[in-house]
Design a protein. Structure first.
Length: 739
């Protein structure tokens, strides 16, 4: 074969694998699927074939779950032979059922008591465990080897039935406690009428039979008729079923469901369940690389019952099923959640739970039908651990070579279970309206294991309700906006009350220390927004009250805020359309943010200024400045064209001298200086912003909303502020002329 032909063949095989859904678990060999639906989630309980096995050497059972039927979370192994003190080998097929808030997992295993196979039962308060032996001994055993593959069903009248067996099918009537039974062990009549052929010991030599029951029963009921599905025909097995009007029979053979097919496994084992109006048929194949008759893998097909409730013919496919819901990536997603993967394993421990391991260069995880439109992707976060070298996680859309959202660099963390949480920004600002497939592609040195992977999250635009939305009449929210990078927005949660007769004035805010996040001021700013303001703060949203670590803000960000507010007000697609009072804009800031405000004071769109704990540096105080702060000379004050208030922390405030010097120089516009001796930090971090928010709100209500009651806080010889405990106020000659 020519090299280009070989490349084309390999590429085609890879594309087929990437598009596949079956088998839907790729990290381990799994067998004997037993589905159970609980609270809108499909749980599948499986066996676990050991790698490189030459027989059914099985030591544990596993659990997987999905709400969309394509992305499956691995819950590890909550049940193993070690759970049962009486078991020593052959953790073969089982089934789980819920009753009265508890989950009962019926299993079969080799008993060291009777030296035969036995039926056991484990119990848990959760569908994913941990499970424990419910009775400390087998539920049923008698030394025989044919007690395998239990199935369980609770009938309409509350009676629970347990069936199992190869080649004889047995049954018991369970008591309501689900861990004991009443009556004697029953046996189904294994006749030709019941199963298409009798058991081997009763067959007539030379006679050809339609079918035969072998093992793996699955008991269910539909339209008032009992259905018993089972592995049939001998080796290799197909899936057939019989029907009856009673669990004890007589049963009538109904035909094949999944005929012999190219599954790669000489056994089969099925289960059926419905989720959200969809019917699903689970089975196993040997289709994983290295798989086969002793290395099986669970698969699923969607089907529709015939009009009379009977089964159609169901054939195995590589494509599997289609998603019935979208996948939300804007949350913590366990790394062991996947639609398809290559080259990976999962492990678990008591501290972490289940995590992805055995990651090498070229391996990947695929998730289907991911709804990026639920937010706007801004960051990718992952919790990882690596002994030495680390690697990369490429986050891509639609294919392994598709659109690159981000590349997260995984460092060596000093140990395979020394975990670090790493974050990388997403540069793309695309519009993601339709669900997409998401790939996590692993890169690094070729050959060695790269790292372990615990969980990941796409972080989108964030929001937080601060102090229950504030004390004002409009409960506020702090959030990010997709169209305004590096800014935090405080705004009423409900915009319906705002429009032509009730517009939102704008407060543009700069932070202390030129910090690019309002982490010190969010209570203060949120309180203002709750009184019907659109507050646009410089910098990234503070989801926690802790210092921001990152680059400084710029004076230009305040101008960007004004530009954005005006653009949103005129954009019919914006939720702020015709709701913003663009003629009433206050630009304000604290400390360095106040300097940024004064730097921008000439902007003609500004209606008023509010300078908090700040002022232009006097020549003698310039040593106080921090690198990166704007440093205009005092002549800049001449550019002010609006009313202005200085809100200072009194003489303990390091900015007091600079701010009061500014005030004393301003004579061409109305100005006042209000002082409360609390120092440079003000009261911003106090509940609802403390006293500073009271003064700021009254200033904004007067200057931007024309509120005459608020004007009384500042106007007149005996103004309200002069009577407020601790406050002093000074005004220039033009101030009392201010309307």
């Amino acid at each position: 074969m020519k090299l280009n032909q070989l490349f084309t063949t390999v590429l085609a095989a890879t594309s087929m694998q990437v598009a596949a859904q079956n088998p839907f678990v790729q990290t381990w060999f799994t067998s004997d699927p037993a589905p159970m639906v609980h609270n809108g989630t499909m749980y599948v309980y499986t066996g676990h074939d050991e790698d490189n096995a030459d027989f059914f050497w099985m030591q544990e059972w596993r659990v997987y779950s999905s709400r969309d039927m394509v992305n499956w979370q691995d819950h590890g192994s909550p049940l193993a032979l070690e759970t049962f003190s009486w078991a020593d080998d052959r953790a073969w097929a089982g089934q789980t059922i819920e009753r009265n808030g508890k989950f009962y997992w019926y299993i079969c295993a080799h008993s060291k008591l009777s030296k035969g196979m036995a039926i056991g039962v484990a119990v848990s308060d959760s569908p994913t465990g941990p499970f424990k032996d419910a009775i400390g001994k087998p539920l049923f055993e008698n030394g025989s080897w044919d007690h395998i593959d239990p199935t369980v069903m609770i009938d309409d009248d509350g009676q629970a039935w347990l069936m199992w067996g190869n080649p004889q099918c047995y049954y018991l009537k369970l008591n309501e406690d689900m861990i004991s039974y009443s009556g004697e062990l029953g046996k189904l009549d294994m006749t030709e009428e019941a199963f298409g052929g009798p058991i081997m010991s009763k067959r007539e030599k030379g006679k050809k039979y339609k079918d035969s029951y072998v093992e793996g029963p699955w008991l269910t009921k539909r339209n008032g008729k009992y259905q018993l599905l089972y592995a049939a025909g001998g080796v290799p097995e197909h899936i057939s079923y019989s029907t009856a009007s009673s669990p004890t029979g007589p049963w009538t053979y109904a035909g094949e469901i999944m005929p012999l097919s190219d599954t790669g496994s000489f056994t089969n084992h099925c289960g059926v369940a419905d989720l959200n109006g969809h019917s699903y048929f689970f089975y196993h194949t040997g289709k994983l690389p290295g798989g086969g008759g002793f290395g099986r893998s669970v698969a699923v097909e969607e089907f529709k019952y015939n009009a009379d409730g009977s089964f159609p013919t169901i054939l195995p496919t590589a494509e599997g099923v289609k998603p019935i819901a979208t996948f939300d990536p804007y949350r913590r997603v366990e790394a062991e959640t996947m639609a398809f993967s290559k080259g990976l394993k999962t492990e678990q421990n008591d501290e972490i739970g289940v995590y992805v391991t055995d990651i090498h260069n070229g391996d990947y995880i695929k998730l289907q039908h991911v709804d990026l439109s639920l937010n706007t992707p801004r960051q990718f976060i992952a919790r990882v651990a690596s002994g030495l070298r680390g690697g990369q996680i490429e986050v891509r859309l639609d294919s392994l070579g598709g659109e690159l959202l981000a590349t997260l660099n995984v460092p060596g963390t000093g140990g395979w279970e020394k975990w670090q949480t790493i974050t990388v920004d997403i540069a793309s600002r695309g519009s993601y309206l339709a669900p997409r497939d998401l790939y996590l592609a692993f890169k690094g040195r070729k050959g060695p294991k790269l790292f372990n992977f615990d969980w990941w999250e796409l972080r989108g635009l964030q929001s937080l309700v601060v102090e229950e939305g504030g004390q004002g009449p409009y409960k506020a929210i702090m959030k990010e906006e997709a169209t305004l990078d590096a800014h935090t927005v405080f705004v009423p949660q409900d915009l319906k009350p705002f429009g032509k007769k009730n517009l939102l004035p704008v407060l543009v805010w700069g932070n202390g220390a030129c910090t690019n996040s309002p982490w010190e001021h969010f209570k203060f700013l949120n309180e203002i927004a709750s009184y019907g303001y659109l507050v646009l703060a410089t910098g990234y949203i503070p989801m926690e009250e802790k210092p921001y670590q990152g680059p400084m803000s710029t004076t230009q960000q305040q101008i960007e805020s004004i530009d954005w507010a005006i653009a949103q007000n005129s954009d019919p697609k914006s939720p702020y359309y015709k709701k913003i009072d663009v003629k009433n804009i206050c630009v304000a800031g604290m400390s360095c943010g106040g300097l940024q405000t004064l730097y921008n004071c000439a902007d003609p769109r500004i209606k008023t200024l509010m300078i908090c704990n700040s002022g232009l540096f006097k020549q003698s105080n310039r040593a106080q400045a921090v690198g990166g702060m704007p440093m205009p000379d005092k002549e800049k004050l001449n550019d002010i064209h609006s009313s202005i208030i200085y809100i200072l922390g009194g003489k303990p405030d390091i900015a007091y001298e600079n701010g009061m010097d500014d005030f004393q120089r301003i004579s061409h516009v109305p100005a006042c200086a209000a002082n409360l001796p609390v120092g440079h930090g003000g009261t911003y971090r106090q509940p609802h912003g403390g006293e500073f928010s009271v003064v700021a709100l009254n200033w904004l209500n007067w200057q931007l909303k024309g509120d005459k009651q608020s004007a009384k806080m500042f106007k007149g010889k005996d103004c309200g502020l002069s009577k407020r405990e601790g406050w002093t106020i000074e005004k220039n000659a033009l101030f009392d002329k201010l309307k």
